[in-house]
Design a protein around this ligand. Structure first.
Ligand SMILES: Cc1cc2nc3c(=O)[nH]c(=O)nc-3n(C[C@H](O)[C@H](O)[C@H](O)COP(=O)(O)OP(=O)(O)OC[C@H]3O[C@@H](n4cnc5c(N)ncnc54)[C@H](O)[C@@H]3O)c2cc1C
Length: 465
């Protein structure tokens, strides 16, 4: 089998690349590791992407200039980014709305309770799955061939030049069935390695065994490993990732957005020793939720327990799984497996340190603790009104950052510094070029859309030339 452009992956980055390459006149084949019902990787779980724009448009509520976007990015990454590629991404994010809309994606105003993103982030009508369905429909109309249940398991690359890929699809008796697909250009859009617990363990140690993977089980990093073996340069650290604290009862994979818990600022968070370990009221939750995955990962057994009382129960988005509940703290401690005496002592000490004040969860209010380590800076109120509630937290990995190094054309850079003429990468697999650390809500999809378009366009140009 031979195509002009072969694309590995079936999420946003792959689809943006496929559509752009097909519009550039190339014959395009997508191989997606997941079966059709599970196509689309982590993109299925998304809701929005962050786009620069000079004015509001009726759905985006106001301007979000590139300069402001850049300041936001520099703040969260603390400057650990390739500034040239970051600037390119943010500048070209201005084109993403029109590109997606032209290819069948519809937008809607931001949802209530979604981290105040109405000005900066474009929400997909029907979420990521419906956005993907639109892009698949467009790609297929353009003649793009899609194979499902088909993973790239081998690469033929000579001196940085792509020749062919082995694609494994199903079984022939006891042996995996594989085909060799030749192409004149290859786009790697196969996500990060967040679903590969073994690889996470190399980076995080045994703690990784207790991580929950919020997205697809198919992003195992197999293609990233093949590219590394072929001498492609990597960027980013293996332990850098987006990780949030999710409900401990979430499934091991694919729990998605609904397993997130937003109650931390309203209570105290205790570790397995029934002790507090971080300021729960340091800042508004949208600005802090992405640090709690790491915080919980650093605790014994990688577990945390949020304890709140009756007066806080209606202040956050309801959870999918009901909390444990009890009329006394001791009873609650027993239910969640904590030492009742220690939990009582921790809560009593916290309650005694709360300085009375006017509680207002919409501002940085004056309710804080005094003489307590760690402090609670805002929204600190004694946990005293039964019933008491507990949610168990686990680290939930969204996606890993270490990936392949690319240039402005989305071409991969080899270890010896040369640039491959026909190997491209887009999406999570190269997100580490922009995201050395930290996260800005909605930028994952922006990186995939911008670099997917560039990769597809450049791959088609390479084929034409
Ligand atoms: C719960 C959740 C919510 C999120 N919400 C948002 C959001 O609202 N906004 C945002 O910007 N970001 C969000 N993200 C991050 C976002 O999902 C990613 O940044 C984005 O989807 C990456 O797109 P991608 O195409 O690179 O990867 P993916 O969409 O993950 O696609 C990778 C694809 O590669 C396939 N694949 C893997 N290995 C192989 C192989 N060897 N051969 C062939 N195919 C292979 C997989 O099956 C998959 O289809 C969220 C992530 C999660 C988990």
């Amino acid at each position: 089998m031979t195509y002009d452009v072969l694309i590995a992956g079936g999420g946003n980055a792959a689809l943006c690349a496929a559509i752009s390459a097909a519009k550039g006149g190339a014959s395009v084949c997508i191989v997606e590791a997941a079966p059709k019902a599970w196509r689309g990787g982590n993109t299925r779980h998304t809701r929005n992407c962050r786009l620069a724009h000079d004015e509001g448009n009726g759905i985006l509520t106001g301007p979000y200039p590139v300069e402001e976007y850049m300041e936001d990015l520099m703040r969260v990454t603390k400057g650990v980014t390739d500034e040239e590629l970051a600037a390119l991404t943010l500048e070209r994010s201005k084109e993403v709305w029109d590109f997606l809309a032209e290819n069948g994606v519809h937008f809607q105003p931001s949802l209530g309770g979604t981290l105040s993103l109405g000005r900066t982030n474009a929400f997909f009508m029907g979420g990521g799955r419906s956005m993907l369905n639109a892009l698949y429909r467009t790609a297929e109309d353009l003649g793009v061939v899609v194979y499902y249940d088909a993973a790239v398991t081998g690469l033929e690359i000579e001196d940085g030049f792509f020749l062919a890929a082995d694609v494994t699809h199903g079984w022939d008796g006891d042996s995996p069935k594989a085909d060799r697909i030749e192409a004149r250009a290859f786009v790697a859009a196969a996500g990060g390695f967040e679903a590969n617990i073994e690889w996470l363990t190399e980076a995080w140690g045994p703690a990784a065994q207790n991580f929950l993977i919020r997205g697809t089980p198919y992003n195992t990093g197999g293609l990233l490993r093949l590219l590394m073996d072929a001498g492609v340069q990597t960027t980013g650290e293996p332990d850098q990732c987006h990780a949030v604290a999710v409900d401990g009862r979430a499934p091991k994979f694919d729990g998605g957005i609904v397993t997130r818990l937003d109650c931390v600022p309203f209570g105290v968070v205790l570790n397995a020793d029934a002790k507090r370990f971080y300021d729960e009221g340091e800042d508004f939750w949208p600005k802090r939720y992405a640090i709690w995955g790491r915080l919980v990962a650093a605790q014994p057994d990688q577990v945390g327990h949020v304890i709140i009382d009756a007066k806080s129960f209606d202040l956050f988005m309801p959870s999918v799984f009901p909390p444990e509940t009890a009329n006394t703290l001791e009873e609650l401690a027993t239910k969640i497996g904590l030492d009742p005496e220690q939990m009582r002592q921790t809560v009593d000490t916290f309650n005694a340190a709360c300085v009375p004040g006017a509680f207002d969860h919409t501002v940085h209010d004056e309710c804080h603790t005094e003489g307590l380590e760690p402090p609670k800076s805002h929204w600190a109120r004694p946990i005293s009104e039964p019933p008491f509630y507990a949610y168990t937290l686990r680290p939930g990995i969204t996606f890993t950052y270490m990936g392949v190094k690319v240039n402005r054309d989305a071409r991969v850079v080899m270890e010896n510094g040369t640039v491959s003429p026909n190997l491209f990468a887009a999406g999570e697999i190269m997100a580490g070029n922009i995201l050395g650390q930290g996260y800005l809500a909605g930028i994952g999809m922006t990186i995939g859309s911008v670099f997917g378009r560039i990769a597809g366009t450049e791959a088609a140009r390479h084929v034409r030339n």
